[in-house]
Write a protein that binds this ligand. Structure first.
Ligand SMILES: *[C@@H]1O[C@H](CO)[C@@H](O)[C@H](O)[C@H]1NC(C)=O
Length: 806
């Protein structure tokens, strides 16, 4: 019976090497094929392990064979022990592998030093001891074996065990070594599951993370976003998700509006283009449609002639505001939001400010959009005031829009460019002969066709393969899924139709080289947009726009003004954009440019902008979280094992209750000992003020001790008291503290219930038998040991927690 049980143990150890997959012949100095005795033993041992792994029945036989192997191993080990000892630390071993150097290697070493054979024998010694411990001589062998193997493990000598042709694995060797080691020394390796029991020892500091390197916990913020422009909301929201999710979890509800939507069907259609945002974010509250009744369509002053631009204006900005408040003012979702987001029109930011919470406005239009000239001064003034209010955060997508705001209001806004992290694509020009042509609004020429015509001509004249231009709108449905296909083009050509297009930023973020019309002609392209019409001119009352900029951004008649303002577009401010003044010049550049290099430069510039955006948005959300009183809790590995006890919270009678006691130093108030913060360093502690105590008392009287008290949440019976001691200096009270229970803050009327040894930097706890409404912690002179000064006991108390036990 005893034998069978042993066999059970053996099988689990020996099965491990059964799936022998050695296919390459090991060198002779590993497998010792040059040595008949070692060779024979190696084969016998290998065979035994295989037999053992497949042995179904006869345990007796296996045990017998095992004993035979052990006997042989023991014999070999004894005989070659001197050789091993002699050569194990001989440098000559190093040269065994180099035929030319063998002349330097002693002959005896070459012939008789079988390192891995000897190691295998020692492993068997340990192994045999584990299972046949009562066989005479086994213990002695194991003891020696352990020493040899430890020596053999030095200098990485064991690294080739598994390639040596000997059927023992390194883990088996390591396990055998650690088993004996653990058994004889009481040492436990650190991987050992000793941690939980350590946690139960309250005074043991398990580990701590330096406070100054900890990350704050993720803070949850609830946002409601309303805009007529999807991309403006998607940009910051997706940025937060991609880049700041380790700090903030923003739960956002989106409402995408459209000035033309009149019905539920229109809303459904809008939902359809929400798909760009992805899933749950998109919603449109039908109540908001009512606001559209206030819009009226106006033909803009600029671009008269055949290309009249129409635009929506609000009949009255005030009515718009009031209607919104009437419709949504009591909406529970809006009332519970931590902050709001707006983009277009900027006026909507003012509507959302009604709720008194922070508003984030991301600006990519003139702020006058939708606002009639009559309402503009009032609105500009409101914007000015809002922007200066600490809780509201405005940023512009491009330098151009920031300058427009400065021009009209005198407010200077940060420029946070769209980072388009949602593209999740990077330049990978698989379509090496294809160039993406961004959809152009003008339909006069078939731009795609024209470019391809030139491309063919260029190819003919230069005897190269023609490039092919593909208009983004002509790509198949499948190609337009996601952004990957766009990142596969050699480059992109953009004939811009407005001062800021998200496509531009998306391509930039992906590192796709961008070609645009020449600097000189760009003003023509960007001035096509409705947003630069004189209809949007305006300024805050009392503000002189021309002192900020010499030209109006809305002056499309003056070439100097148009050129001046085009210089603020990112088409001209961002580096690494290529410009062309004719199609042949475009083709020549496309043919000769180093697009990989351009892309790398763009990606480097993008990284810098990413850094700016990271800082800006995390600071913005940080501000909102602090204004909303969402605490900045810092996570980290708890300092002290006892902190892990989550049940404290439910039994806590003392945290943030009224407290007092002996005089406190100005930097060591009483409340610091029960503020919930268990940090043990100064100034996170109550600190007795010895000097002021001395002043109060007459010179004849000794101060003696000092104490601290807390009024408990309710009467406590036999409570538990936990104390966190300071990280130093507990000798100032002789390393001992006394606990008392009382029914008033008068310590003289209180009854002592316990005392504890309290060295520095520990958490200790005790039960305090008795009943009372106040708990006292007292430091006494002469009562402890190793005082700094035994006639005075200076109490320092980082934290005390009184826990009910009833
Ligand atoms: C405090 O009052 C309770 C009765 O409410 C009494 O049982 C207890 O002994 C008193 N404690 C002290 C320390 O006097």
């Amino acid at each position: 019976m005893a034998k069978l049980r042993r066999l059970g143990l053996l099988s689990s150890c020996l099965l491990a090497s059964a799936d022998d997959q050695v296919v390459l012949q090991a060198p002779w100095f590993f497998d010792c094929s040059n040595h008949p005795e070692w060779s024979r033993f190696r084969e016998r041992f290998a065979e035994f392990r295989k037999n053992f792994a497949s042995a179904k029945g006869n345990e007796e036989e296996v045990i017998m064979e095992m004993q035979q192997i052990l006997a042989e191993a023991n014999d070999l080990g004894r005989r070659y022990e001197p050789t091993f000892v002699k050569y194990a630390s001989d440098w000559s071993v190093f040269h065994l592998c180099t035929p030319e150097r063998l002349v330097e290697v002693p002959e005896d070493l070459q012939l008789n030093f079988c390192f891995y054979g000897f190691a295998t024998v020692q492993w068997l010694g340990l192994f045999g001891h584990q299972h046949f411990g009562n066989v005479p001589g086994m213990a002695e062998w194991a003891q020696n074996a352990w020493g040899f193997l430890n020596d053999a493990s030095k200098f990485n000598a064991m690294h080739f065990l598994e390639s040596s042709g000997w059927h023992v694995k390194m883990v088996e060797m390591a396990k055998a070594l650690s088993a004996v080691f653990v058994g004889s020394s009481g040492y436990r390796v650190s991987r050992d599951a000793a941690l939980p029991s350590a946690l139960r020892m309250p005074q043991l500091v398990v580990r701590r993370s330096p406070v100054h390197t900890r990350f704050p916990d993720v803070r949850r913020l609830k946002a409601v976003a309303i805009s007529y422009h999807t991309a403006l909301l998607r940009e910051p929201l997706s940025f937060w998700q991609h880049m700041l999710s380790h700090l903030f979890d923003v739960d956002a509800t989106l409402h995408i509006l459209d000035a033309t939507a009149k019905s539920a069907e229109d809303v459904a259609r809008l939902h359809n283009h929400c798909r760009f945002i992805g899933g749950s974010w998109c919603g449109t509250d039908e109540r908001l449609l009512e606001l559209n009744e206030l819009f009226q369509e106006v033909v803009l002053d600029c671009h008269t002639g055949d290309h009249k631009a129409r635009h929506h204006f609000l009949r009255s900005a005030r009515e718009y505001h009031d209607r919104f408040v009437r419709l949504m003012g009591n909406d529970p979702e809006l009332l519970s939001a931590d902050f709001f987001m707006c983009g277009e029109p900027v006026l909507f930011c003012r509507l959302l400010a009604h709720f008194g919470q922070p508003v984030i406005g991301y600006i990519s239009t003139p702020i006058s959009v939708y606002v009639r000239a009559e309402d503009r001064s009032e609105w500009y003034q409101q914007f000015y005031e809002m922007a200066l209010e600490e809780r509201h955060i405005f940023a512009a997508t491009t330098p151009l829009f920031a300058e427009w705001v400065a021009y009209g209001t005198g407010i200077s806004l940060p420029v946070i460019r769209p980072m388009c992290t949602y593209t999740e694509a990077t330049y990978w020009p698989k379509r090496a002969q294809e160039v993406l042509l961004l959809r152009t609004v003008s339909l006069f020429w078939d731009t795609e066709c024209v470019l391809n015509y030139f491309a063919r001509a260029h190819a003919d004249s230069s005897a190269t393969a023609p490039l092919r231009f593909r208009e983004s709108a002509s790509l198949s449905e499948k190609e337009r899924m996601g952004y990957t296909a766009f990142a596969e083009f050699l480059a992109a050509v953009i004939y811009p139709y407005s001062p800021s297009q998200f496509w531009f930023y998306e391509l930039y973020a992906m590192g796709v080289p961008i070609y645009m019309p020449s600097r000189d002609t760009l003003p023509l392209y960007v001035s096509q947009d409705y947003s630069v019409c004189p209809d949007f001119e305006g300024n805050r009352p009392g503000h002189a726009p021309h002192r900020v900029h010499p030209h109006s951004p809305f002056d499309t008649d003056d070439w100097a003004a148009m050129t001046y303002w085009a210089a603020f577009t990112d088409y001209l401010t961002l580096p690494h954009i290529s410009h062309f003044d004719s199609v042949p010049s475009l083709l020549r550049q496309l043919q000769s440019a180093d697009h990989q290099k351009i892309s790398h430069s763009m990606q480097r510039a993008h990284m810098e902008h990413l850094g700016v955006a990271m800082s800006f948005w995390s600071q913005a959300l940080e501000l909102i979280a602090s204004l909303r009183g969402i605490p900045r809790t810092v996570s980290g590995v708890e300092q002290v094992a006892g902190d892990l006890d989550a049940s404290d919270e439910h039994r806590d009678l003392s945290t943030r209750q009224p407290s007092g006691g002996s005089p406190a130093r100005p930097d060591g108030a009483h409340r610091l000992a029960n503020d919930g913060q268990t940090r043990q360093d100064h100034p996170h502690e109550y600190h007795f003020d010895l000097d002021s105590a001395n002043k109060v008392l007459s010179a004849a009287t000794q101060v003696g001790g000092s104490h601290w008290w807390v009024k408990l949440r309710r009467t406590a019976s036999d409570p538990e008291v936990k104390v966190w001691s300071r990280d130093c200096c507990t000798e100032t009270y002789g390393h001992v503290l006394f606990f008392l229970l009382g029914n008033s803050s008068n310590i003289k009327a209180a009854a002592e219930c316990a005392s504890l040894k309290v060295p520095s930097n520990v958490e200790v706890s005790t039960i305090c038998p008795g009943r009372g409404d106040y708990l006292f912690v007292e430091a006494r002179p002469h009562a402890g040991f190793d005082y700094t000064d035994s006639s005075v006991a200076v109490l320092m108390l980082p934290e005390v927690r009184v826990l009910s036990r009833d």
